[in-house]
Design a protein around this ligand. Structure first.
Ligand code: 3PG
Length: 319
């Protein structure tokens, strides 16, 4: 009798895999575990797995997966025979093959807004660092009174606007999909095109997702519109930058600076050519705070429980 019960229990226990090559803070993992175990599921942790083969092995019996920027492609989905849902604990889901997930009948969600303050704080921090000449001891400048262009006014863009107001910056924003009234309600000036944003602003902060339309869209002509001494801040994705053209532009315009939280493919060339005008974090750090990990990780766990128990598909991003 007891054996029957145990076999049944084992059969019914759902496995939730947290697969994070860049791990969450421990406090966030503890919170995720609490949510998952309270629902009667088992939590399996795969951190800093390095090789894809380790991920392929771990997903085999997972019913649900929580990821960050970890790549979930067709090969991973093929290996994950029991998988029902993947939640990207974060905003951007360009690391998940949505069409393949749909073909495998796997629901994909993100956790919008949960880590946006962390990313916005880093964007402002990088601005301060750049205008203070990377803290090299020389006289720099201030953000107060400067024109800040927010390129895409989503959750991160809004937080950047809120914090930049405290610095006394003049805030402009361009977003093809966000109504002007939303931007203006925050006291920012909505402009009609990306070109107008770059022409106007001393600092441009990128918050566009990496999509077929945006990849390579930050190019020579666009950034060249910036006034003398322009600063480009990228806490979005490296793919949106046309690196070859940005390198050419920074060679032609020694007044421009580029700071990024996503290391360029051509990092060595940027670092060699633009010392003092270029900075990259070693690893994407925007959402790497205990608070953001807790917010996004626990939201992901709750969304998984809601989906598996009640079929709730809020925040689903694939059809
Ligand atoms: C996001 O899209 O949420 C951010 O880029 C954070 O990514 P990360 O979870 O890999 O830090």
């Amino acid at each position: 009798m007891i054996w029957n019960f145990l076999i049944l229990y084992k059969l019914k226990t759902m496995k939730v895999l947290v697969a994070t090559d860049k791990p969450f803070a421990k406090i966030a993992v503890d919170g995720i575990r609490k949510e998952i175990e309270a629902a009667g599921y088992e939590l399996v942790l795969l951190e800093k797995y390095g090789e894809k083969a380790n991920l392929l092995e771990a997903v085999k019996d997972a019913n649900a997966i929580i990821i960050r920027s970890d790549i979930i492609d067709a090969e991973v989905l093929d290996a994950a025979k029991e998988l029902k849902i993947v939640v990207r604990a974060g905003a951007g889901y360009d690391n998940v093959d949505l069409a393949a997930a749909t073909a495998h009948n796997v629901c994909v969600m993100n956790t919008p807004g949960q880590n946006s303050n962390a990313v916005a704080e880093l964007a402002l921090g990088m601005m301060v660092m750049a205008v203070r000449n990377m803290y090299n001891g020389t006289s720099g400048s201030e953000l107060m009174g400067k024109k800040l262009g927010i390129h895409a006014y989503g959750n991160v863009g809004r937080n950047v606007a809120r914090i930049a107001k405290g610095f006394g910056m003049q805030i402009y924003a361009y977003d093809a999909f966000c109504p002007k009234e939303v931007i203006e309600a925050d006291g920012a000036i909505a402009v009609d095109s990306a070109e107008a944003l770059y022409e106007t602003c001393n600092v441009v902060s990128l918050h566009i997702p990496a999509t077929a339309e945006t990849k390579n869209s930050i190019n020579y002509d666009l950034v060249n519109k910036m006034p003398k001494g322009g600063l480009l801040v990228n806490t979005a994705r490296k793919e949106v930058i046309n690196e070859t053209e940005l390198i050419k532009l920074m060679e032609d315009r020694p007044d421009l600076k580029y700071v990024t939280d996503v290391m360029p493919a051509a990092h060595a060339e940027f670092a060699e050519k633009f010392a003092g005008r270029y900075f990259t974090t070693p690893k994407k750090m925007g959402a790497q705070t205990a608070e953001a990990n807790i917010n996004a990780g626990i939201a992901a766990a709750k969304q998984i429980v809601g989906f598996l128990k009640d079929g709730c598909e809020k925040f689903r991003v694939n059809k």
